[in-house]
Design a protein around this ligand. Structure first.
Ligand code: HAM
Length: 435
């Protein structure tokens, strides 16, 4: 877990601004689901045999004996809220977004925190593949608008309850005879969640899955058509993507389209290796320790029903804001400069301090960006701070000025000073700052 220090705030603010502006343009409305949820929202929503539910949730017991989880993601909580507040009665699609802290008791490593922030967007009530493509496009646009370069989308389809069970069996048969070459975790996954073997990072498991049957070759017709259309939309949008048949995602609620966006530090397989596997466009990239996903998402057509609502198709995505900020820093992307203060208010003595408190409020009401200095520093020290703050003017309220009801305006550029009536100070500054 980590604190977000003042020097990092402009980065986080920039991500928040860009995200809100963009998603609102696409018709998303903000929602803030609760931080704590009944633990069942996640066990039922994300799935009992997923890493998040099995190992990573912070769960606490209330005095009344309820088990509450600190949200390990937004999707299930937003789906719970959609049902609880009868949003199924709204005109569809219902597009919602949020940002905020997420909690996962993960093994800490680079880019992986136990408390981190996500922006998240969800679309409810629309099963068109155009929505899948639009969700990917919005995520892509946010990263591009932030100024991030060299990013790539990876997509796959994991089918639905019609075709996935058959594929699971095929995969299990294939993996069972090779389990001696797999890691202990994958041997356990084989029984409970064989799809997760596909995205294991262990080198020996990657070797095993490189020749495993691919789910895209075993989709039922509706899933196949859906996926084809998603890819056609992405082509139309000219979004650079690659197929990754090992992309399955770590949450059980997904159906059909799944996707992630990576920074292009990702090693792409050499042509020779690709050819051995078939299509040149198709890859099962080997993750290096430095490779981390910036965005993850997909379609989840069964979640609302699983949580007790009506059958409602849905699609969404989320991104780790710390990862975006880290990449902005690595790529030298500066957040926009915060607006600099325009005026520095220096004062000497109790009476001047009292008057400058009032003057400060008047500046605030007139929307002039002013910094004050209410400590006991000498005038020299205060003017030194004004210099550092790069203000155009310093106002000096000394003991004499406080008694006379005046104030000195100092032009910091040329060092010229002029005394004006205290009640004229704000108007005078307005006039000068306009020049
Ligand atoms: P997720 O892939 O678990 O998906 O997380 C989304 C993003 O959150 C990741 O791509 C990554 O950028 C960031 N992230 C995940 N874990 C950490 C961590 N420990 N530290 C820092 N960043 C992290 C979801 O959360 C789904 N709810 C996304 C979704 C929305 N699917 C449909 N709608």
């Amino acid at each position: 877990m980590h604190d977000i220090l003042p020097e990092d705030q402009p980065y986080f603010q920039r991500v928040a601004e860009v995200t809100a502006n963009l998603v609102e343009f696409y018709g998303f409305k903000r929602i803030d689901p609760t931080v704590l949820e009944n633990v069942e929202v996640f066990t039922r929503g994300i799935g009992e045999v997923t890493d998040i539910v099995e190992k990573e949730m912070y769960v606490l017991k209330t005095r009344g004996g309820d088990a509450l989880a600190m949200r390990p993601e937004f999707t299930a909580g937003i789906a719970r809220s959609y049902i609880e507040h009868g949003m199924c009665a709204l005109p569809h699609p219902v597009k919602l977004y949020t940002t905020g802290p997420i909690f996962r008791a993960e093994r800490p490593q680079a880019g992986r925190y136990r408390q981190f922030n996500q922006w998240d967007l969800e679309v409810f009530g629309e099963d068109s593949p155009a929505i899948d493509a639009q969700v990917i496009q919005v995520c892509w646009n946010i990263l591009r608008e932030l100024g991030l370069r060299d990013i790539i989308v990876e997509v796959n389809s994991i089918g639905d309850s019609q075709c996935r069970p058959y594929y699971k069996k095929l995969l299990m048969n294939y993996l069972r005879s090779r389990q001696n070459n797999m890691c202990a975790d994958c041997r356990a996954r084989l029984k409970k969640n064989p799809l997760r073997v596909l995205d294991c990072k262990e080198e020996r498991c990657r070797k095993v899955v490189s020749n495993a049957p691919k789910i895209v070759d075993h989709l039922c017709e509706p899933c196949n058509n859906h996926f084809k259309e998603v890819l056609e939309f992405l082509d139309e949008l000219e979004l650079p993507y690659r197929l990754n048949h090992c992309l399955v995602r770590g949450l059980d609620y997904y159906t059909r389209t799944v996707f992630e966006i990576f920074s292009e530090g990702v090693p792409v397989k050499k042509d020779k290796e690709k050819k051995k596997e078939g299509s040149a466009n198709e890859a099962c990239p080997i993750e290096t320790p430095g490779q981390i996903a910036l965005v993850g998402g997909g379609r989840f057509d069964n979640l609302i029903k699983m949580l007790g609502g009506k059958d409602t198709p849905a699609c969404g995505a989320a991104s780790g804001i710390e990862r975006l900020v880290n990449l902005m820093k690595t790529q030298g992307v500066r957040p926009t400069k915060p607006l600099l203060p325009q005026v520095f208010l220096a004062q000497i003595g109790i009476l001047a301090k009292r008057k400058s408190l009032r003057l400060f409020e008047e500046f605030r009401k007139s929307r002039i960006r002013v910094v004050e200095s209410l400590g006991r520093d000498s005038l020299k020290a205060q003017l030194g701070r004004a210099q550092k703050a790069e203000v155009r003017y310093a106002l000096i309220l000394g003991q004499q000025e406080a008694l006379d009801g005046t104030v000195i305006i100092r032009d910091m550029g040329v060092g010229r000073q002029e005394t004006v009536k205290l009640e004229r100070a704000v108007e005078e500054m307005k006039k000068r700052l306009k020049k």
